[in-house]
Design a protein around this ligand. Structure first.
Ligand SMILES: *Cc1c(COP(=O)(O)O)cnc(C)c1O
Length: 429
């Protein structure tokens, strides 16, 4: 194994290009190669175990190798692994659409599948835009988004992105949008000001409800989302809720919108939908939007969008099993004490001089370190955490804590203790 492990590390450096990675730095280091996993632990090719502190990039829900999800995928594999939704239907994608509508905010009636978070947003943007074209309100074309927003890496989602570091270089390729000024409640007043002048040209507002994840776990004040909903309804502009990160229990409820009793016109889902097993995404919408696409075929008003692997049966089977585990293991009910424990333990981090902010919503948290940590410090902290058996991935100067919902209080405790110690050691070095 050891020899093979060494070989894999060399092949990785020779053949692989990693996402969001400066490869010059990557090839200077030993890559950590994950070979197996169990529960909340990842196991590398040298047999070392690590707590998966960011849910394998915010996707894992019920732990790795969950028997029920494993079994569901295997069972589906014995039937069919892929069949298209263009001109055909398939069993698991039909069943899943019914289940998703059952748990979604009331009023969402239709499910459109794709295969990642970015495309779930692209679909919503295109549907919103085309709805107004189809229904004779051709001026309603502008998309509005928040500062610091992140909706994915395809060009449409980048167009509604507001994180300069990721998005600036592509400015020349993207379409024009309107960015709301300020943060929190300020954005609401800016939106209202804009609506009063220009709502007749606006197609949709896209938001990450409650938490802007990629911006560094920025938590929005309660009530803002509800107010966005009220204004969108009043001025006849669609509300797109990107719950790619917040969906499937991360905030303590199944969907973040449910904290404020909000039904968006579009709900974008991905990451946690399959429990972190397979790529799958869904854009849910209302009967009204759907009806805006129902015409005679010669009118050419159908929705011109579809990915090859749309509604993949294996991924849908995993998603169905994931939803069944939510019920069977009462995942959401068991979450409350973990969220409380996390909140208590996070307070302790204020004892550390380099910690300047702590943000939490449900089981999503960010520990903000002094700004000079942005360059190297935060990466170093996460690197050192590996020696203590924890995998975290920072965002700028923010240490992100986002474990699988299935993590136990003891495992959460171990994760936080290790993080605390490593930041403390780093400060005093
Ligand atoms: C991760 C993320 C996306 C993009 O999802 P991908 O599957 O990486 O394309 C979009 N929106 C939000 C809020 C996300 O966190």
């Amino acid at each position: 194994m050891q020899k093979h492990s060494r070989r894999l590390k060399n092949w990785d450096k020779r053949y692989l290009w990693h996402p969001f990675t400066q490869m010059k730095e990557w090839v200077r280091q030993e890559p950590l190669v994950i070979d197996r996993a169990q529960g909340v632990y990842l196991i590398d090719t040298d047999g070392r175990r690590y707590i998966d502190g960011v849910s394998s990039l915010w996707v894992n829900v019920h732990g790795h190798k969950h028997p029920a999800i494993d079994a569901a995928i295997k069972k589906q594999m014995d039937k069919v692994s892929h069949s298209t939704l263009l001109g055909l239907a398939n069993t698991p994608s039909v069943e899943l659409s019914k289940e998703l509508i059952a748990i979604a905010p009331r009023g969402l009636k239709k499910v459109f599948y794709s295969d990642n978070g970015s495309t779930s947003v692209e679909v919503a943007l295109k549907m919103a835009y085309q709805y107004w074209q189809n229904t004779g309100q051709k001026n309603k074309r502008t998309l509005v988004h928040l500062q610091n927003s992140y909706h994915g890496d395809t060009l449409g989602s980048v167009s509604v992105g507001g994180i300069d570091l990721f998005h600036k270089v592509y400015r020349g390729l993207i379409f024009k949008t309107v960015t709301l000024k300020g943060r929190g409640w300020e954005t609401v007043s800016d939106f209202e000001r804009l609506l009063k002048k220009k709502s007749s040209s606006m197609a949709a507002l896209v938001v990450e409800p409650l938490v802007q994840g990629a911006a560094g776990m920025l938590v929005y004040p309660r009530g803002v989302l509800k107010e966005f909903r009220r204004l969108c309804t009043k001025y006849n502009v669609f509300l797109i809720a990107d719950e790619v990160a917040t969906g499937f229990g991360r905030t303590g409820k199944m969907f973040a919108c449910q904290h404020e009793n909000v039904t968006p016109d579009f709900l974008c889902l991905a990451k946690g939908i399959t429990g972190g097993y397979l790529p799958l995404a869904a854009t849910l919408t209302t009967q009204k939007v759907y009806d805006g696409f129902v015409f005679n075929d010669r009118d050419q008003k159908k929705f011109f969008h579809g990915h090859t692997y749309t509604g993949n049966p294996l991924a849908c089977a995993a998603a169905l099993a994931n939803l069944a585990v939510f019920k069977k293991e009462r995942t959401l009910e068991k979450l409350a004490p973990k969220i409380k424990f996390l909140a208590q333990r996070l307070k302790m981090f204020y004892n550390l001089p380099s910690v300047v902010g702590i943000r939490q919503c449900g089981l999503m948290a960010g520990i903000e370190l002094k700004s000079h940590f942005q360059d190297r410090g935060c990466v170093d902290v996460c690197q050192r955490l590996r020696d203590r058996g924890v995998i975290l991935r920072p965002l700028g100067n923010v240490v992100v804590i986002m474990p699988p919902l299935a993590i136990s209080v003891d495992e959460l405790d171990a994760l936080l203790k290790a993080t605390y110690r490593v930041i403390k050691e780093y400060e005093t070095k």
